[in-house]
Write a protein that binds this ligand. Structure first.
Ligand code: GRG
Length: 297
């Protein structure tokens, strides 16, 4: 009897993540401090939590309870959300809406947003280093993975290249590199951190990273597709943003049909890379990849 229900599992994971994020924010709650209000606003505003869910599910696929990966999952979500509020700032994408609500700088102003983003990224490391239930060696390994993914050779570097992508045509390899550094790398890191939490073998870590790299690129190509095909209600931000900023995207380089085909190919390759795991434990990860392929928001 197969009683696996993807939506139920996803919701359980999200509840676990949200309640942990809420607790972390409560630790720093100071009603009078507008920065702490902005932090709460940016974190508890309905993100899909794809990346932290991936950490919990890789930990499960390696045979351990999802709770083991919870601090790492939340750390990564804090960094991801921070990157979104920075990306929306007038000096970057100048986007007024995020997750279906006014962007942080629209609600709280730019200076508060910058300070909130500082505090949130610091909190990400606080979560990893101050959880006493974590083995210190494991925590250090996870922190190292996160540091490598988000610095100037990772997320920050990717965003830098992306800024130069405006009004400046690039080829497909340059675009793939930007997408890896600004999006794929966080999927990559979080999958690895989920495996690290479970004390998994190097073989499993490599397989997880392979899966994450493929779905990370597929995810970003779907983002490009939705930018030209979806409504603002569906994606929680203004569509046609890439077109307006004259950015090179997969649809602009290879067209919508070929972009969709590439997403399917990457999804299948991602699923194939899960063969090292116990096949009874990867149902969720297989479905996760398929849902990302078909997502409309
Ligand atoms: C915080 C160290 C640090 C650096 C930030 C600003 C910046 C450097 C990076 C921005 C990178 C960026 C905006 C990438 C886009 C990634 C992307 C496609 C986000 C949308 O992800 P979803 O759909 O969003 O998972 P939700 O809202 O559901 O979480």
């Amino acid at each position: 009897l197969n009683d696996f229900n993807y939506d139920d599992v996803y919701q359980l994971d999200v509840d676990l993540i949200n309640s942990n994020l809420n607790q972390l924010l409560n630790k720093h709650e100071n009603q009078e401090n507008v920065v702490s209000q902005a932090m709460r606003y940016c974190i508890l505003n309905g993100g899909k939590r794809l990346r932290p869910v991936l950490a919990l599910e890789f930990c499960k696929a390696c045979g351990k309870k999802p709770e083991h990966a919870l601090p790492f999952a939340c750390a990564l979500e804090l960094i991801h959300s921070t990157s979104l509020i920075q990306d929306d700032l007038p000096a970057m994408d100048n986007a007024p809406m995020r997750r279906g609500q006014p962007a942080c700088h629209v609600k709280f102003g730019e200076s508060v947003t910058i300070l909130a983003s500082d505090a949130l990224s610091i909190m990400a490391f606080e979560v990893i280093i101050s959880d006493d239930s974590l083995n210190k060696f494991t925590a250090l390994k996870a922190a190292k993975t996160l540091v490598n993914a988000i610095g100037v050779d990772g997320l920050v570097g990717g965003q830098t290249l992306d800024i130069n992508n405006e009004n400046n045509p690039i080829d497909i390899n340059a675009l793939k590199k930007i997408y890896y550094m600004k999006t794929g790398i966080l999927f990559h890191a979080v999958a690895e951190m989920g495996c690290i939490a479970a004390g998994a073998s190097q073989k499993k870590i490599i397989a997880a990273k392979n899966y994450a790299e493929k779905i990370g690129l597929a995810f970003q190509i779907v983002d490009d597709i939705l930018d030209v095909t979806a409504t603002s209600k569906e994606i929680g931000k203004m569509p046609m943003g890439d077109v307006k900023r004259k950015k090179t995207t997969f649809p602009s380089l290879i067209g919508l049909d070929q972009s969709r085909q590439l997403v399917t190919q990457l999804t299948n390759e991602a699923i194939d890379s899960l063969e090292t795991f116990n096949q009874n434990k990867i149902e969720f990860l297989v479905e996760f990849a398929k849902r990302l392929e078909a997502r409309q928001h």
